[in-house]
Design a protein around this ligand. Structure first.
Ligand SMILES: [Zn+2]
Length: 75
């Protein structure tokens, strides 16, 4: 299974693994990381940026929805 790094294209390696519960079964999660730690830092930054952006977008959508509902209520 190929899992290249989004930044440099190198094959990603297994990083942190941890166990989580899903209902009654235990699932092992594996986080893959870039073999290049400097590159992984960049990837982490990109991921954080994207997450922040999508959160902002979701917040904006929520606010627009509320504003629309308010408008509907007063109309
Ligand atoms: Zn990389």
């Amino acid at each position: 299974m190929s899992n290249p790094c989004i930044n440099c294209g190198k094959e990603r390696i297994d990083g942190k693994t941890w166990k989580g519960k899903s209902g009654i079964s235990t699932i092992t999660y594996t986080q893959t990381i870039c073999p290049d730690p400097e590159c992984q830092k960049i990837v982490d930054q990109k991921t954080a940026d994207r997450k922040a952006k999508s959160e902002l977008l979701a917040k904006g959508k929520q606010e627009a929805k509320l504003a629309r509902e308010k408008l509907m209520a007063t109309a």
